[in-house]
Design a protein around this ligand. Structure first.
Ligand SMILES: [Zn+2]
Length: 211
């Protein structure tokens, strides 16, 4: 369960990181736009200044030079204007992406919270069940012969937590291989613990179960 929570959290964090990068990119676009707007204003200022100087010029040559200068400012201005328009478009697109991601993240967060609380309550349920079973196991273990219990636990640890298996339709339900009749007869005698010759688990018959 903690692993599943981690999975949800990882997916959630990835979405968060995506939104962050979109927003950072948008911030950069805005700064660039601001910078270009400053440049544009300075070109406009240059045009105004040059135009106001036109009247004071004495020669035709000076006039031509000033006009060329003004044309240059105007050309720069139009480049900045174009760039600003593009930046505005990019910024708009980034804003749309950010809004979509924000919405995704909100719904992800909601579903994450729901899953988290569902898992937490399931975990609590399982922990309760486990502690009941542990109590019950302890009570039962106390009443089992110490040597038999030791043997049982030894098999339990060596066999993936399955130490006792039923013999059904003449086969061991641990390894699913055939149990000889002679072995089944030995189980029926209830004289000692009988283990599977193949998987070494303790064998019992269905009729041995007490409710
Ligand atoms: Zn077996």
């Amino acid at each position: 369960m903690p692993a599943r929570m981690q999975e949800f959290l990882t997916a959630f964090e990835a979405k968060k990181a995506k939104l962050k990068s979109i927003e950072e990119n948008r911030q950069k676009l805005m700064l660039r736009q601001k910078d270009r707007e400053g440049e544009l204003a300075s070109k406009e200022e240059g045009i105004k200044k040059s135009q106001s100087q036109l009247g004071q010029l004495k020669t035709n040559k000076d006039y031509q030079v000033k006009m060329t200068e003004i044309e240059g400012f105007k050309a720069d201005k139009s480049i900045f204007e174009e760039e600003i328009l593009k930046l505005m478009d990019d910024n708009e697109a980034a804003k749309r992406d950010a809004d979509i991601e924000k919405k995704n993240l909100e719904s992800e967060e909601k579903s994450f919270d729901e899953k988290k609380s569902a898992l937490a309550s399931r975990l609590k349920e399982i922990e309760g069940l486990l502690s009941d079973l542990e109590g019950k196991r302890k009570m039962l273990a106390d009443s089992v012969d110490k040597k038999i219990l030791e043997r049982y636990e030894h098999i339990l640890h060596g066999k993936d937590g399955l130490a006792m298996v039923m013999v059904k339709d003449n086969s061991c339900h641990g390894c699913f291989l055939k149990v000889p009749h002679q072995v089944i007869n030995e189980i029926k005698m209830h004289e000692r613990l009988i283990t599977c010759e193949i998987c070494a688990r303790i064998l019992y018959l269905e009729e041995d179960l007490v409710s």
